[in-house]
Design a protein around this ligand. Structure first.
Ligand code: TXA
Ligand code: MG
Length: 314
């Protein structure tokens, strides 16, 4: 397949290029595009054959449900039932932005989107390219991260092209993203709201708006969020979490035959933005092992450690 690559400046969005991509979406095609979190691979949520195409292009297990992206809150009604008052508060506080909310789905949402579940995950992404693309297409857009299944999520147009060129109709290259880790996913259908995937909107952020929420344990046999059971975010190099210079020195001296990269960042925001990119870079430079300094599991650090532990196979 010939993939159309559109370079769009995220600060100065070219409406005519957005229209080209939106027309592809409307006509059942697959379009990869940047959001503030990571790049997504989009399709019209109501077009079942396009939705199936996403699973094929990514090599994604088809029981892993997709997030539906809408341009603004007013489009929520056509997808879900039961928007309770806490969900409404979260929407007011964090949309548009990196929070995905799970609701009970309306009949019209295809089971192919939800992996057979009767709930649906919805988010309003922030960022001009995503907003303009979804608005112009006039349809809700399902979009998993635009990586090949199992690989780190793409945080730059270059990574998206690396994974999906030749497999999808169109890739919008809008440069590097802002956050670098996938959205927080919260299930608002349970009695006590449950965070299924930590992200930039933290547990503390959420609790300041709606009070107590629980965090899902991602390691159970039948996880509520099917995506959590699959190995994820992994570069080909082995990822090892370290907590001190001594640990690094010890690892390096006892593995002198291996090509070892060490990653350490100055703050959580920098780490979130760059970690997946640096995993990919280490692979392209042929490193065997990536040693990554752990961070404290509070605030955004929870999301970082969640991805890091999964990349390390812990
Ligand atoms: O930041 C993001 O969320 C990015 C950008 C593109 O928006 N998207 C993304 O999608 O990370 P994906 O498909 O890679 O991750 C979606 C996660 C998976 O873990 C999936 O299992 C979970 O959300 N999920 C989706 N619908 C669900 C549902 N109805 N119930 C439980 N979990 C659901
Ligand atoms: Mg993903």
């Amino acid at each position: 397949m010939d993939t159309k690559i559109l370079k769009i400046d995220s600060e100065n969005v070219d409406g005519s290029l957005i229209k080209v991509a939106a027309d592809i979406l409307k006509n059942g095609g697959l379009v990869a595009f940047p959001t503030e979190t990571v790049y997504g691979l989009g399709a019209n949520a109501f077009d079942v054959s396009a939705v199936k195409g996403i699973f094929t292009a990514k090599g994604r297990p088809n029981d892993n449900p997709l997030i539906v992206h809408i341009s603004d809150e007013s489009k929520l009604d056509e997808l879900v039932v039961d928007v309770n008052s806490d969900a409404k508060k979260l929407m007011d506080a964090f949309w548009p932005g990196p929070l995905t909310i799970i609701f009970k789905k309306k009949e019209c949402v295809p089971l192919e989107v939800t992996g057979g579940l009767d709930s649906v995950a919805v988010r309003v992404p922030k960022g001009k390219i995503a907003f303009e693309l979804i608005r112009e297409s006039g349809v809700p857009v399902v979009a998993p991260s635009a990586n090949l299944s199992g690989k780190p999520s793409p945080t730059d147009g270059v990574h998206t092209i690396e994974d999906l060129d030749g497999k999808v109709d169109c890739i919008i290259d809008g440069g590097s993203v802002d956050i670098g880790l996938e959205s927080t996913v919260i299930d608002m259908t349970s009695d006590v709201p449950e965070i299924l995937r930590p992200g930039r909107v933290t547990k503390e952020d959420i609790e300041s708006v709606i009070g107590h929420v629980v965090e899902a344990c991602g390691h159970s046999e039948t996880p509520k969020s099917p995506g959590m059971k699959y190995k994820h975010y992994s570069p080909s190099a082995r990822v090892v979490i370290v907590n001190s210079e001594e640990a690094v020195d010890e690892f390096v001296s006892s593995n002198s035959d291996l090509k070892i990269r060490v990653l350490k960042y100055s703050c959580d925001e920098e780490m979130g933005r760059n970690m997946f990119r640096d995993f990919r870079l280490a692979d392209s430079e042929g490193y065997d092992v990536i040693l990554v300094y752990e961070v404290s599991e509070t605030g955004f650090g929870r999301a970082i450690m969640n991805r890091l532990k999964r990349a390390s196979g812990e």
